[in-house]
Design a protein around this ligand. Structure first.
Ligand code: FES
Length: 160
């Protein structure tokens, strides 16, 4: 006559199989989560940034657009430049210092003027630019491509 109680060895075998399946399901879930595209926060990942009416930006002003990682600079003559906010030395994020009227890198003290030109080293070149366009008086910045430049030239400035 056989014992009606489940065999201890058989029970452990089922338990091991069950735990193995749970572990496998977790691995599959983690792998699928990794492969699935992430949802971006509002504004993040956008490539065309609508900055607002040109008249909202005073001459000589610098306005940060953190979602696009750029500053919109309005020069004294009314022209616009969209400056990538990373220092061209080692990529630190640059703050604009209104008091000093320049960008001052917190990492190694490079400085840049409102057009992005290097005022003080070690930065090797001017700040990169994004394309600016003005449509019906509205300033828009396209952050799909960054323009790397070796010098500031007046034709880089966009005027309405
Ligand atoms: S990263 Fe800006 S000066 Fe070095």
């Amino acid at each position: 006559m056989t014992d009606p109680r489940p065999d201890r060895r058989q029970f452990l075998k089922w338990l091991g199989t069950g735990l193995g399946l749970v572990a496998l399901a977790e691995v599959v879930w983690v792998a699928l989560s990794f492969l699935r595209p992430r949802r971006l926060a509002a504004g993040a990942g956008a490539t065309l940034h609508v900055c607002g009416p040109a008249s909202d930006f005073a001459a000589g002003s610098v306005t940060a657009f953190p979602a696009g990682k750029f500053y919109l600079a309005r020069l004294e003559d009314g022209g616009f430049l969209a400056l990538f906010r990373e220092c061209t030395h080692l990529g630190c994020t640059l703050p604009w210092s209104a008091a000093e009227d320049r960008f001052v890198c917190p990492c190694h003290a490079s400085t840049f003027d409102i057009t992005g030109q290097v005022l003080g080293p070690p930065a090797p070149r001017p700040l990169d630019l994004f394309a600016v366009r003005i449509e019906n008086g509205i300033v828009k910045v396209d952050t799909r491509r960054r323009l790397r430049r070796s010098e500031f030239r007046p034709e880089q400035v966009v005027r309405s």
